[in-house]
Design a protein around this ligand. Structure first.
Ligand code: HH2
Length: 292
């Protein structure tokens, strides 16, 4: 059941996303990691030309939004200074913005990096710490006036997979997300700028991930647009060991994206943009035929 029609409309209005293929399915946020060590595409787009070319490729394949990151969040990833992160992301954002690219998002925990990214042309701050990394993060988000993605994570990236524990993962993730949305609102972030993300793989076991994917309707019911990021994550290889290599996980990633579409998420964050666009277009056409 598509529970988030309003969110699809808001995507068009607020994020100026041109949903040319179908307004009735989640938008696609294409991932562009400008890091040496991301779990899936690390090291491939360190040079400016290669990064911009990949951004353009993802747009041509159907990305409605691009998410650019300069620091890996995988367990054990090396920490990066704000200056180094800015040097990785800002020139690529500026070059793509000059192209007239779709909305650009920066995947960072650091307010200084978000500030530099917005100055370069980004309009969305995707924060896996949900504005908890620095005390001034909520104030900076309000000041920047950008779209704000607040993601759930138990623990911190270095140790989050050591021993994740929940009594009721869906209820706890929802309560956390509501609390972070309230913190953002209290700092002055506008309600219609806030997006929520259950944080698949961030301090979660296989069972936690599957429960959340099965209960995305509860996250959507919180009343904010929902972003789902399950692409190429480890749980896919746990379920299907032949997909040990991250770039062999597109089919499992698409299965998760379709579960998100059925629950009413507003956007999916994916590496395999063309394949996901095809799956979502077919899914939404079947759905439309069924309700005609
Ligand atoms: N997952 C990753 C990074 N950022 N942001 C949101 N909102 N949701 C997610 O699920 C999410 C995210 C991890 O994936 P990736 O960027 O491919 O890897 P890495 O962190 O190693 O760069």
């Amino acid at each position: 059941m598509w529970g988030n029609r309003l969110s699809a409309e808001r995507l068009q209005e607020e994020w100026s996303v041109a949903l040319t293929r179908s307004p009735q399915r989640p938008a696609i946020m294409g991932i562009l990691n400008l890091t040496p060590d991301s779990f899936s595409d690390g090291g491939r787009y360190l040079a400016l030309d290669a990064a911009v070319a990949q951004g353009r490729r993802l747009i041509a394949q159907g990305a409605d939004i691009l998410d650019l990151g300069g620091e890996s969040t995988r367990p054990g990833a090396a920490p990066v200074s704000a200056q180094a992160e800015i040097a990785r992301v800002a020139p690529v954002i500026a070059a793509l913005a000059r192209d007239g690219a779709p909305p650009l998002s920066v995947d960072t925990m650091k307010p200084e990096v978000a500030r530099a990214a917005m100055a370069a042309g980004a309009t969305i701050w995707n924060d896996v710490t949900a504005l908890r990394y620095a005390p001034d993060a909520p104030d900076v988000a309000a000041e920047l006036g950008c779209q704000m993605v607040l993601m759930h994570m138990q623990g911190e990236p270095r140790t989050m997979q050591a021993a994740p524990h929940y009594e009721d993962v869906t209820a706890e993730v929802c309560a956390f997300l509501v609390g972070r949305a309230e913190a953002a609102l209290a700092a002055g972030v506008a309600r219609d700028k806030i997006w929520l993300d259950p944080g698949i793989g961030f301090g979660k076991t296989l069972d936690h991930n599957l429960t959340l994917l099965a209960r995305l309707d509860a996250v959507c019911a919180l009343g904010f647009p929902v972003l789902l990021g399950a692409s190429r994550k480890r749980f896919i290889a746990t379920l299907h060991p032949a997909a040990e290599a991250p770039d062999a996980r597109a089919p499992g990633s698409i299965a998760a994206a379709l579960a998100g579409a059925a629950a009413g998420v507003a956007a999916v964050r994916v590496h395999d943009v063309g394949e996901t666009a095809q799956a979502l277009d077919v899914w939404s056409a079947i759905r439309a035929a069924g309700s005609a």
